[in-house]
Design a protein around this ligand. Sequence first.
Ligand SMILES: [Zn+2]
Ligand SMILES: [Zn+2]
Length: 581
Amino acid sequence: MSQSYEQSRLYALRHSAAHLMAQSVLQLYPDAKLTIGPPIENGFYYDIDFGDQKFTEADLAKVEEKMRENAARHLPIVREELTRDQARDRILRLHQDPYKIELLSDIPEGDVITFYTQGEFTDLCRGPHVECTGDIENFKLLTVAGAYWRGSERNKMLTRLYGTAFESAEELERYLHNLEEAKKRDHRVLGRELGLFMFSHTVGQGLPLWLPKGAILREILTDFLRAEQLKRGYQPVVTPNIGHQRLYEKSGHLITFREKMYPFMTDEDGDIHILKPMNCPFHIEIYRSSLRSYRELPIRYAEFGTVYRYEQSGELAGMLRVRGFTQDDAHIFMRPDQLLDEFKGVVDLTIHVLKWLGLNEYSARLGTRDDEGAKYVGSPENWQLAEAAIKQACDEMGMDYEVSPGDAAFYGPKLDLIVKDALGRSWQMGTVQVDYNLPERFELEYTGEDGQPHQPVMIHRAPFGSLERMIGLLTEHYGGAFPFHLAPVQIAILPIADRHNDAAYKLRDKILAGRPGWRISVDDSSERLGKKILMNQHQKIPYMLVLGDKDIENNTVSVRSREAGDLGAKSLEEFLRIAEG
Ligand SMILES: [Zn+2]
Ligand SMILES: [Zn+2]
């Protein structure tokens, strides 16, 4: 297993870069007050109170320049241990109250209190840091944002300065390039340009509208997954979008999930219904609808289930976090001895689909129990068995994973799926979750070989989390240029003039006769050919087939590939071979 980021030199380097930035800010804005400045996944930030002064993105350049000066001073970065009183005196002398005083009081009694100092700059800080400001060579300040002190809206709004740092100039350059690339690939922009999905203020925040091409892409995904699941012994079920309050009372979600639920609906009979935030209790009711024998298990109920969760408006992010979404959900009910095989099956299915989607870099995070046994339901023995089964399943199926103790839900260990996209960004997708709680709450049973009632184990699994999130990821991963098997439109036929339109439609029908289901458009608009090509290029369609007099006469098509450009005249058979790669 690789060493964790928190222990890496890169982490210390970014932390030191945050200090270098703070030092430079104080030189330029002596009245500024520092709060917290940690390294984060791709860089670092520092939250700063600029008082009455306004700090904008335009001011970053001069801070960055100061940083280079301070780096060039090659100041040693020195760690000191102080007593609580010394620390307090120093903070007051530096006029860094009240924030740093508050941070100081957060440090538990008995813990070591450390300051890190470089030149005239000194900061209450746990560290660690690099040795010298001269070590911080490859950095860049990026953006400015607002952030509340301690993340609470009741507190003062601070200014957050973001930056990044790397060990080598090449890594920094690649990162900055990818940032630019990511802007171009923003799925919210591409979603609209490519006619995939949109949001409407009139419809409501976080409620996506799928446009025709996006809906086709969605169907391509669900068709594939549905067929795979049928092959693998899943049974489809369909459940309603609202359910009676008693269902969620029974499941416990009324308490544990209350804040994510939309306001309840009370009808004329006084019955309360709840907009579905999750599919599980419905599937459980189906399981409970008849007596189950050990021979029937495992039972795998699958549903592309649409759920609604009230996310804070500030947390909504395009298709990545929405309020209404469809999960690729399934619940598997099994005997405890079937856990390993079922987990293997789920991991195998997940890998199979990821490869089909062209997402070849993925790993998993196994959330296990920590030592505070009291907060978990289910016996420790069962947990151990389940955790061992998940590990073995990952090992046998070739899924890389890291163990994250304490990351389990209170009701069972889980496996989170993490996908890396073409720009090297990590996306947390779905989860495979073992559950000892709901079978207990719903008193689920099966009759064992011994004729006695036993409690089944349950797995929730939605490897992709939601179709919304998966398609948001795919859009950015491919920059909208979906591979042939996923592209909503695979081939655009471009008749050069109106008189070629009939031949274009005939060509389409001829392809469809041999390749039913292929997605082919005919651009019979009266635009000039150059314009047609440009417009279809913007739609990132894998192939354009241009059709004019010569092509019709010679029984050929002029092929333009999205990647390879003009391929010249080909017979239809030749083109089909190319397209099918
Ligand atoms: Zn620090
Ligand atoms: Zn579930």
